[in-house]
Design a protein around this ligand. Structure first.
Ligand code: SF4
Length: 683
């Protein structure tokens, strides 16, 4: 098949051809086809891009990533194709702006800082162009602005010199518009042929803004790498696709780490508010009403101010409710809109959204960062109004004084997405059971073709254990025998594996319950203990120290399932040789969870409904955590499922087949066999 001419490796991994053929067929077909690929680590998933490129024809490719760290994998795949085949695909990426921006270190928030500087720079370009009476203007022909651009360097810049040099201004129908400068276009043509990492890009661009240069390159490159938000947020997708000359009908979409897309859609379509957010929106109204406003806008300001004051009261009133208590959207809307004459809730939200635009324009004219706090409140209220007649939308209490409103079923959004593009390839290492994921993503069976690849790493390199009787079921949490069973599993892993191990608990509370025991076992084995920090910025240092321990006596990482250290981190080589999931990581059984369960049970029946709503996310968290251990065919490791529910009906049948086949049931005492197994395999 055609992918062979694009394949950049000397040989194929087991089952890799099967995947590439399926991808090529799907892309060739187009017609809004969807292919879901469940390919465990080691299947060479990223090489699917060869088959996409081979079959795409004149269409363009969009790769949507969950995290910016994944961009390097695709860049190196394209580099390989360019080096080892006769093909020369071009790739551009619009992810990781802080890594690309040469002055990112000057901002507290690089996104907000950049947006503000761009507005100031555009205004400066326009002002100079008008002052010079020109119809076309570039900063490099103007020593006055060039000098001004260097002012405030490092602290209080009044414009961004890189952005200014990336743009030229011209007069069109009496209005000044900015477009890419010739220098930016030259740089774009260069970078698209070189496949540069963000730091190399920064060096190559030198005088232009690397992000703007990439945006120019993205308008003509074969492949554009975007983040989930760009693609899964419907409003943003329209804007980004138009900006990058992408026509949905002529776009092949690749969704990377696709098991996440459902949750990403839910989170994108959720609005969270609290007293502070409402207060900020009220301040925006105060500022706006100090200026001259026409009568209709003044009416909207007065109406919105009244609603926001009542919303503040409501939020305060709900402060004592438990997180994830479901709130009645009818009662909420009645309370908020009660005083409005000729009440029409939807129309009032539309008026607020109009007001958001007025505030945005006002902020721009005042050269302020155009983030509008009222936008979040209006979105929250839009979802509250929707929740009155739509069971897929909930309003609930969050943490502290927070309230949230959001959708619980991502399938209508994902269907609209895949129905709009030419075809979609969904890649993941944990889409098991794939039929259930199809139902969760699209709300129906048969919308996608599905491909499940077996685990291609040697089974002899891994020991898969599941507990016979230990459990974290809440009724057994304080049972002394159960606690000692769990402890024996923990001891077996920490003392039996002569390297780094990780224990993933179902919550921070449970981690604390077993922390002292873990520390005692670690101390006996001369291992250092690491605890997952709550702040993201502490993670890189913790990981680098944990990895260093692999060459000494080893480390013990205590983390939570579904947390920052259980997914997306590459524990390569011997940096992790054993992992245990302590407990079935089900979500807390809150009112929100009960509503989600009820909704899915009504739609898909009891068994499938509970699987989609409740069990599937837990299994995914567990599989992602265990998936950190074996990253290449020579890795050796122990994978432990420390909860007897993993081996019982209702769960076991949904585990990946290789886990089911290899799983050995053990009790706490039998975990002492781990040391012997490691010794044998190493010998
Ligand atoms: S326009 Fe470019 S260089 Fe300037 S602040 Fe933004 S990202 Fe940085």
């Amino acid at each position: 098949m055609a992918y062979e001419q694009w394949f950049a490796y000397p040989s194929y991994r087991p089952n890799q051809r099967v995947m590439l053929e399926a991808v090529e067929r799907c892309v060739r077909k187009g017609e809004h086809a969807v292919l879901m690929v469940d390919a465990p680590t080691g299947s060479g998933k990223t090489s699917a891009i060869s088959a996409v490129l081979a079959a795409k024809g004149a269409r363009r490719v969009v790769i949507a990533l969950r995290t910016t760290s994944q961009v390097e994998g695709y860049l190196s795949e394209i580099r390989r194709i360019r080096e080892h085949t006769k093909k020369r695909p071009e790739i551009a990426y619009l992810v990781g702006k802080p890594k690309m921006c040469p002055i990112a270190g000057e901002f507290e928030n690089p996104y907000a800082g950049c947006e503000l500087l761009k507005i100031l720079t555009k205004n400066a370009l326009e002002a100079r162009m008008r002052a010079l009476g020109r119809e076309r203007y570039t900063v490099e022909e103007d020593p006055v602005l060039t000098a001004l651009l260097e002012e405030g360097r490092g602290t209080h810049r009044r414009a961004c010199p890189y952005y200014a040099r990336s743009k030229s201004a011209l007069l069109r129908d009496g209005k000044v518009v900015v477009q890419p400068s010739e220098r930016a276009m030259r740089d774009a043509a260069r970078v698209v042929h070189s496949v540069l990492s963000p730091s190399e890009l920064k060096k190559t661009c030198e005088r232009t803004c690397p992000y703007e240069v990439m945006a120019v390159a993205a308008r003509f490159s074969d492949i554009v790498v975007l983040n989930y938000h760009h693609v899964l947020d419907e409003r943003m997708r329209d804007v980004v696709f138009r900006w990058l000359n992408l026509e949905p009908e002529n776009t092949v979409l690749v969704l990377d780490e696709a098991h996440n897309v459902g949750d990403a859609v839910r989170s994108i379509n959720t609005a969270r508010i609290g007293v502070r957010a409402v207060g900020r929106a009220l301040s925006e109204l105060d500022v706006l009403s100090k200026g001259e406003l026409d009568a209709a806008i003044m009416d909207d300001v007065l109406m919105t101010r009244g609603v926001l004051k009542r919303l503040t009261e409501y939020v305060e009133h709900m402060r004592e409710r438990k997180p994830d208590d479901v709130l009645d959207p009818h009662a909420l809307c009645d309370f908020l809109f009660a005083e409005v004459l000729e009440r029409d809730d939807e129309h009032m939200v539309v008026r607020m959204l109009d007001l958001v635009e007025v505030i945005r324009q006002h902020k721009r004219s005042m050269m302020e960062f155009p983030e509008v706090h009222l936008a979040r409140i209006a979105e929250f209220l839009r979802l509250c109004v929707r929740a009155k007649g739509d069971e897929t939308c909930l309003v609930a209490k969050g943490e502290g004084d927070e309230l949230w409103a959001g959708v619980i079923d991502p399938s209508p959004y994902l269907r609209r997405l895949v129905d709009s593009v030419s075809c979609t390839i969904m890649l993941s290492g944990t889409l098991s059971p794939i039929d259930a994921y199809e139902l969760y993503f699209f709300g129906e069976s048969g919308r996608a073709q599905k491909l499940v690849l077996p685990n291609s790493f040697p089974a002899s390199n891994r020991l898969v254990l599941a507990s016979k009787s230990a459990t974290t079921l809440s009724s057994m949490r304080n049972d002394p025998h159960n606690i000692s069973e769990i402890e024996e599993h923990i001891r077996g892993l920490i003392e039996g594996v002569d390297g780094n191990v990780a224990l993933y608990f179902t919550s921070y509370g449970m981690l604390e319950q077993y922390r002292a025991f873990c520390e005692r076992c670690a101390s006996k084995s001369h291992k250092r203990v690491f605890i997952e920090p709550k702040e993201t910025k502490a993670i890189p240092r913790l990981l680098s120290e944990f990895f260093e321990c692999a060459s000494g006596r080893g480390g013990v990482l205590l983390a939570v399932c579904g947390g920052k250290l259980s997914e997306g981190v590459d524990y390569a080589g011997r940096s992790l040789e054993g992992a245990a999931v302590i407990g079935l990581p089900l979500s807390a059984y809150t009112e929100v969870q009960r509503r989600i369960n009820r909704y899915y049970v009504r739609r898909h029946g009891r068994q499938m409904g509970m699987l989609l709503a409740y069990t599937l996310p837990a299994l995914n968290r567990a599989m992602q955590a265990l998936g950190r251990v074996i990253r290449s065919e020579n890795d050796i490791g122990v994978l432990m499922l420390c909860d007897s529910r993993f081996a019982k009906s209702g769960v076991v049948e949904y585990l990946p087949s290789w886990i089911r086949d290899e799983m050995r049931l053990v009790d706490g005492a039998e975990c002492s066999m781990i040391a012997g197994w490691i010794g044998e395999v190493r010998a």
